[in-house]
Design a protein around this ligand. Structure first.
Ligand code: GCV
Length: 689
């Protein structure tokens, strides 16, 4: 059924005046086309009289039409009005099926282009897809796109506190202005929804998983309702991170025991109250019994009992997203094993409207981790993937690290249980810890926008390659000139490995500074909780380095399917990228490269530093393609990254030498400063802590 039809053309009056290139427009710049591409666009004659929605005009269709109007006007650079008047147009031909997941077609035909699909969101997503194609210079006369989301839930998790501080945020303060809501809705909230919708993101948890109870108070529900109303036409549902102990803190109950009838009643009433204000409220995201957060185990109950109690309160109206990121200082076993040990026995015990959200790796968003062993190992539980877009462990916003290759690595991983990670989570979804903030460019750096973009694109279609995503992002964000794209994309693709190499090469992990996680600190060994110490993870001494996770050590390997464990069990045969994650080896361990482990480690650090130097050089050569303001901003960050890559290399190598007593291989640059110097550095003001 076609609920509405809109015919629109590029309207001259909508051509915006030239905007400062400060990054605010993200990938939605729609920079004017030139030459042949512009000529081709002129087939869309200026049908200024917009034939609006015969029948049911909906806010979503109106947004799709407006986006097309504005986007075409910008792409036309104000010149489209000179077209012949032949009247080619874009038709929005979408149905009103509420079950439509946003699947769309974008097809050229004799009259112009038709965007279609079963539901209203099809037209919105189709409109953004069309603009994405045109922005890259595609020929509007030969489009034939058919697309559907691979995953139902494509979600951002904000670690934003209501007071404006963003945990692990490196781009300013929170974008959510709780203080002025509900009366004042910042334009940023609309621009944020546009950006998300343009890449298919359809759910947002607005507050930190280390949650305050008071976001469940009526005054906050009112604020959230205003956001939900604003985002609904963009296809975005709101979720709240809920504090498990809220019945005590807000409700005055003596317990938050999930089996206590008064507690259950409190949550049921709370859910009803929220649904009265927000009929399509998504549900609760919960961090429980993890890093000091309250949870069902405080009352001797399991994660499943806790989650199911909330699920019962939400009923079929919503979903509980229960995080599997748990570990305890009272648990002597390898931290990498603890989530699996706690959750696997609960497979099949979670209610139908519970999702268990699992981080990509078993520790915590490190530059490289093997995939989490829970993927594929809980066939009777709905699992979703949690990735981190904000770069807590990858150099914050000043280091250029394009994360799509990391997510592609985990999504493509074969779990050994008959499915890849992407196949395991596809029926459910993916969540990304957001990197947005009040900085004008949203993400703290221009290139960190690529990670927000890539997350959405991969959640929509995990089969997209990192390269394809980088190409489309770079063309839309900076310049569609092939010479630019061909230079910048390889630099992006190499950037994550560069960070791995200069921070945590060969499977090392969690060597960052205490608390803020900024800079190298492999020497830290004295913190109260063992697993907060970098030395817990690297285990370096005079004999060797690495965490033995084979049967002779923690045996974390046994949590993986045998076919997967077999790839990693032999230190001679393992992919060197995971060597020190799974094995403890001597400094002279022979590597496939022919070098000793020590020489290989040094070579990896140098390779990371060298790659960053190449990135800076590449970027210098691209000044011609990028506006001066953003070119300068990226250059400044690359200069920071060059110096911090050296700091990581020099600080780490100095420490390893203090442990192993080895000389650097001949011809290697010595560290710039003494180990004491590196150890003495402190950064109490580091952001995001
Ligand atoms: C929100 C890591 C981070 C914490 C974060 C936690 C989590 O430990 O350092 O800031 O807390 O992960 O994912 O819950």
């Amino acid at each position: 059924m076609t609920a509405g039809l809109a015919l629109i053309g590029a309207a001259l009056a909508l051509v915006p005046s030239a905007q400062a290139e400060d990054g605010y427009d993200l990938w939605l710049r729609h920079a004017p086309l030139e030459g042949e591409a512009l000529e081709r666009l002129r087939i869309f004659a200026p049908r200024v009289e917009v034939e609006l929605y015969r029948g049911d005009e909906t806010p979503t269709l109106a947004i799709a039409a407006r986006e097309l109007d504005l986007g075409l006007a910008k792409l036309g650079g104000g010149t489209v009005a000179s077209a012949s008047g032949a009247g080619s147009a874009i038709a929005l031909e979408c149905g009103s099926d509420p079950a439509g997941a946003g699947e769309y077609t974008v097809r050229s035909n004799a009259k112009g282009i038709a965007i279609g699909g079963p539901g209203q969101l099809s037209c919105l997503y189709g409109a953004y897809a069309l603009l994405r194609e045109l922005s890259q210079g595609a020929d509007p006369r030969s489009l034939d796109i058919v697309s559907a989301p691979a995953m139902p839930l494509r979600m951002l998790n904000h670690w934003d506190n209501p007071d404006g501080h963003v945990e692990r945020g490196y781009s300013g303060r929170s974008i959510f202005d709780w203080w002025h809501l509900p009366e004042r809705l910042d334009q940023r909230m609309i621009d944020y929804a546009r950006a998300n919708a343009s890449i298919g993101i359809n759910a947002v948890a607005v507050n930190n998983v280390n949650a305050t109870a008071y976001v469940l108070e009526p005054r906050y529900i009112e604020k959230l309702a205003r956001l939900a109303d604003a985002w609904r036409p963009y296809g975005i549902r709101v979720f709240l991170s809920a504090r498990f102990s809220a019945p005590r803190e807000l409700g005055g109950l003596e317990t938050a025991d999930p089996l206590d009838p008064a507690v259950r009643a409190w949550w049921a009433d709370k859910a009803d109250e929220i649904y009265a204000a927000i009929p399509d409220f998504g549900g609760f995201l919960v961090k429980a019994n993890s890093e000091g957060q309250p949870g069902p185990q405080d009352y001797g109950r399991t994660h499943a009992e806790g989650a199911n109690m909330l699920a019962e309160a939400l009923r079929e109206r919503g979903t509980v997203i229960w995080r599997a990121f748990v570990y305890s200082e009272h648990d002597e076993t390898d931290r990498a094993k603890q989530a699996y040990a706690e959750f696997i026995p609960l497979d099949g015990a979670f209610a139908d409207n519970v999702i268990v959200q699992v981080k990509n790796g078993p520790i915590d968003f490190q530059p490289r981790e093997p995939f989490h062993p829970m993927f594929g190992a809980m066939p009777d539980t709905r699992l979703m993937l949690e990735a981190q877009i904000t770069k807590e462990y990858l150099g914050f916003a000043s280091h250029l690290a394009y994360l799509a290759p990391m997510w592609e690595e985990v999504l493509d991983a074969d779990t050994g249980h008959g499915a890849t990670v992407a196949q395991v989570v596809a029926p459910v979804g993916m969540a990304g810890v957001a990197n947005t903030g009040s900085d004008r460019n949203w993400s703290g750096s221009d290139f960190d926008q690529a990670n927000w973009y890539a997350f959405g694109r991969l959640a929509w279609d995990p089969s997209l390659s990192s390269e394809q995503i980088a190409r489309e992002w770079a063309a839309q964000t900076f310049s569609r000139d092939p010479a630019f794209v061909d230079a910048v994309v390889p630099m992006m693709l190499a950037s994550r490995q560069a960070v791995v190499d200069y921070m945590t090469p060969l499977g090392l992990a969690h060597l960052m500074g205490t608390g803020h996680h900024y800079g190298p600190a492999p020497w830290v060994c004295e913190l109260e909780r063992p697993e907060w110490n970098p030395c817990y993870y690297h285990r370096a001494d005079a004999d060797g380095i690495g965490f033995d996770r084979t049967p002779s050590g923690s045996d974390a390997l046994s949590q993986y399917a045998p076919s997967v464990a077999a790839h990693w069990s032999d230190p001679e045969a393992i992919d060197p990228a995971y060597l020190l994650w799974f094995h403890r080896v001597g400094w002279n361990h022979p590597m496939r490269s022919g070098r000793s482990l020590w020489a290989e480690l040094v070579a990896r650090y140098d390779s990371g530093v060298g790659e960053v130097d190449r990135m800076a050089q590449t970027w210098r050569g691209l000044a011609h393609y990028v506006d001066p303001q953003r070119h300068r901003a990226v250059s400044a960050n690359l200069a920071i990254q060059q110096s911090e890559a050296r700091w990581w290399r020099d600080g780490s190598l100095s420490y390893w030498q203090s442990v192993n007593g080895l000389e650097l291989p001949a011809g290697t640059r010595p560290a710039a400063e003494s180990l004491d110097h590196y150890r003495s550095l402190s950064f109490p003001e580091a952001p995001g802590n």
